[in-house]
Design a protein around this ligand. Structure first.
Ligand code: FNR
Length: 190
């Protein structure tokens, strides 16, 4: 069996360090996880006015989440919270009322920052949002990554052995979490 993982990169930057982290995580992941990015940059701003007739970009997002068995959030910290673009995407996917795409979905959060706290506050903020959305979050291990270009030279490479091992461990933990949640809550029941 393979498990389809949809992943969000919370940044719209063309040089996003979190996209670099996402590449490294995919390289470090168990073979039975298959990854698809869920783009957020083309979404209009959410308004309940759209609930009766979602635009194609938002329908595509909800459909892509529905095709995923699990979700991984790889996000920067903006002003001690998550970027507006990511919150906007979550708001779209959580609606219309009664059609919350995150209900019971296995999920994990991780992020990289150039600063030392490595997105800790953004992750707390995101966890609160995902709790309300009723996602099944992996609570441990946690991962707060301080990005440097030396550590992540590109193409998902990680130069430091202990960081590589840490990311491998995180993704192995995520895989186990996904399998555990799906055993109790098979995808078809959501
Ligand atoms: C930041 N940055 C930042 N870093 C951090 O550790 N805590 C923070 O609260 C913030 N706040 C913040 C706000 C805004 C508007 C910007 C543009 C940046 C710095 C941030 O970590 C850095 O720009 C990363 O490179 C962002 O990740 P991406 O976009 O490269 O993936």
């Amino acid at each position: 069996t393979t498990y389809k993982v949809g992943y969000f990169v919370g940044s719209l930057s063309s040089t996003s360090v979190n996209r670099e982290l996402a590449k490294a995580l995919i390289r470090s992941a168990p073979q039975d996880l298959e990854f698809t990015e869920l783009p957020i940059g083309n979404l209009p701003l959410y308004s309940p006015d759209h609930d009766a007739d979602y635009p194609p970009e938002a329908l595509a997002l909800k459909d892509a989440i529905h095709q995923s068995q699990a979700i991984l959030f790889v996000t920067p910290e903006y002003n001690r919270s998550i970027p507006g673009a990511l919150k906007n995407a979550i708001d779209w996917a959580s609606r219309p009322w009664g059609q919350n795409s995150f209900d019971h979905i296995p999920a994990a959060v991780i992020g990289a920052s150039i600063g030392q706290i490595g997105t800790a506050l953004a992750q707390q903020s995101l966890r609160a949002v995902l709790s309300f959305c009723n996602a099944r979050q992996m609570t441990a291990p946690e991962a707060y990554i301080q990005y440097t270009p030396e550590l992540f030279p590109g193409n998902g490479e990680v130069t430091d052995e202990s960081t590589r091992a840490f990311l491998t461990d995180f993704m192995a933990g995520f895989r186990d979490h996904v399998v555990r949640v799906l055993t109790v809550l098979p995808r078809e029941t959501r």
